[in-house]
Ligand binder design. Structure first.
Ligand SMILES: NC(=O)c1ccc[n+]([C@@H]2O[C@H](COP(=O)([O-])OP(=O)(O)OC[C@H]3O[C@@H](n4cnc5c(N)ncnc54)[C@H](O)[C@@H]3O)[C@@H](O)[C@H]2O)c1
Length: 331
C-alpha cells in the first residue's frame, strides 16, 4: 500500500504512520503543522515523504495523493479549546477540508478512511452507543457543538461518495484515544492531568467530575484503521472504535495520582470559567464496538492504568506545554 495520511504529524496520525511503515507500506504525510509537529515524526523522518500544506489547498492535495492508493483522512481542528476559541477556522478545516479531501479522492479514485468521532453522538448518554443510535446535539449557536456538527456532515459526504460515486470509503468513530505524544494543550484530559501530577500541581477537573468516559490506547486503534480500509465489507459503513472500561473524571484523576505516585490535590473548576458561559458537556460516552469486533476482531486490549503509565513515561522523556484545559471532548 502507498498511503496518504492527512494530519500525519498529529498525535494519532504519527502513530498510524509508524504502524504503516512497520508493515512496509509507503507513506506520504500532508499536514499544515497547526497542532501537529515534525517532532512527532522524528523517529521515522527518513522513511516518510512529508508535505507541508493544507487540505484546503487543492494543488497540495493533488500532489500528495498522486501515486497513493489509499487515503487516511485525519487532519482536523481538534480539542475543545481550539473549537471554542477559533470556531470559524475550525469549521473550515473540519467541513470544507474534508470536502476537499473527498473530492480529491474521487478525482484520483482512491479508497479512503474517514476519521470521524464519538462526539457525533453529542449528549446521548445511552448505555453502549451503537453506530445507528441517534445524535443529540445542543444549539448550533453553542460553538462546542460545531465539531460534532461538522464531523456528522463529513460522514454524510463520505457515505454519499461511497453510495453515489462508488468510492471505497470507511468511517471510523474513535472514542477518546490516548497515548504518548498527545498534547494536553487543546482540551485532552489524560495528558493534562498527568502533566499536572508530574509537576506537583493541583489536578483541575471541570464541572463536578461525574462525567463518564472510556479511554482507548492509540496502539489499539490505529491497526484497526488499516484492516478496515483494506476490507471491502467495511466500505460504506461506520465503526465505533474504543474501550469499554468506563471511569468518571474524578476516578480518572485518582488513578492518575496513584499511577504517577503524586500527592497533588484535586480541584474543580466550573465549565463557564474554563470555557464560555453556557458551555455544555456530555455526561457519559461509552461505545458498543460489536460491529468492529464481529468484522475484524477489534478489541481494546490496553487497560487504563497502562495507558496512564505510558503517557507519564512519555512526558518524563519529553515534557509538553499545555494551557488550562481539562475536559475530554471535541476529539
Ligand atoms: N484524539 C482523540 O481522542 C480523537 C477521538 C476521535 C476522533 N479523533 C480524530 O482523529 C483525528 C486526529 O486527531 P488527533 O487527536 O491526532 O489530533 P491532532 O491535533 O494531534 O492531529 C490533527 C492533525 O491535523 C493537522 N491539521 C489540522 N488542520 C489541517 C489542515 N487544514 N491541513 C493539513 N493538516 C491539518 C494538524 O497539524 C495535526 O497534525 C482528527 O480527525 C480527530 O477529529 C481524535
Amino acid at each position: 500500500m502507498k498511503a496518504l495520511v492527512t494530519g500525519g504529524a498529529g498525535f494519532i496520525g504519527s502513530h498510524l504512520v509508524e504502524h504503516l511503515l512497520a508493515f512496509d507500506h509507503e507513506v506520504v504525510v500532508l499536514d499544515d503543522f497547526s497542532t501537529g509537529s515534525a517532532e512527532n515524526l522524528a523517529a521515522v523522518a527518513d522513511d516518510v515523504t512529508a508535505v507541508s500544506g493544507s487540505i484546503l489547498d487543492e494543488d497540495a492535495l493533488d500532489r500528495a495523493m498522486d501515486g497513493c492508493d489509499t487515503v487516511f483522512h485525519l487532519a482536523a481542528a481538534v480539542g475543545v479549546h481550539t473549537i471554542v476559541n477559533r470556531p470559524m477556522e475550525s469549521l473550515r478545516r473540519n467541513l470544507l477540508g474534508t470536502q476537499a479531501v473527498l473530492e480529491a479522492a474521487r478525482r484520483h479514485a482512491r479508497r479512503l478512511l474517514l476519521v470521524s468521532s464519538s462526539e457525533i453522538y453529542g449528549k446521548n448518554t445511552k448505555d453502549n452507543l451503537c453506530e445507528d443510535d441517534d445524535r443529540i446535539l445542543g444549539s448550533p449557536l453553542k460553538s462546542r457543538w460545531s465539531y460534532a456538527a461538522a464531523k456528522g456532515l463529513d460522514e454524510l459526504m463520505g457515505f454519499w461518495c461511497w453510495r453515489e460515486y462508488g468510492l471505497g470509503v470507511v468511517i471510523v468513530r474513535p472514542f477518546n484515544v490516548v497515548g504518548p505524544r498527545q498534547s494536553g494543550a487543546f482540551g485532552m484530559v489524560v495528558p493534562h492531568l498527568v502533566e499536572q501530577a508530574l509537576a506537583g500541581q493541583p489536578l483541575t477537573l471541570h464541572g463536578d467530575g461525574t462525567q463518564r468516559r472510556c479511554f482507548c490506547a492509540v496502539a489499539d486503534v490505529v491497526p484497526a484503521f488499516v484492516v478496515l480500509v483494506e476490507d471491502e465489507r467495511a466500505h460504506g459503513r461506520a465503526f465505533n472504535l474504543g474501550s469499554t472500561e468506563e471511569v468518571t473524571m474524578r476516578q480518572l484523576a485518582e488513578r492518575v495520582l496513584r499511577v504517577t505516585n503524586s500527592d497533588s490535590p484535586i480541584v474543580h473548576v466550573p465549565y463557564d470559567r474554563a470555557y464560555e458561559p453556557g458551555f455544555e458537556d456530555m455526561a457519559r460516552r461509552c461505545p458498543d464496538t460489536t460491529r468492529a469486533r464481529e468484522l475484524i476482531g477489534f478489541r481494546a486490549r490496553t487497560c487504563l492504568d497502562d495507558i496512564i503509565a505510558a503517557v507519564a513515561a512519555d512526558q518524563r522523556r519529553s515534557p509538553r506545554e499545555t494551557v488550562g484545559a481539562v475536559t475530554e471532548g471535541a476529539t
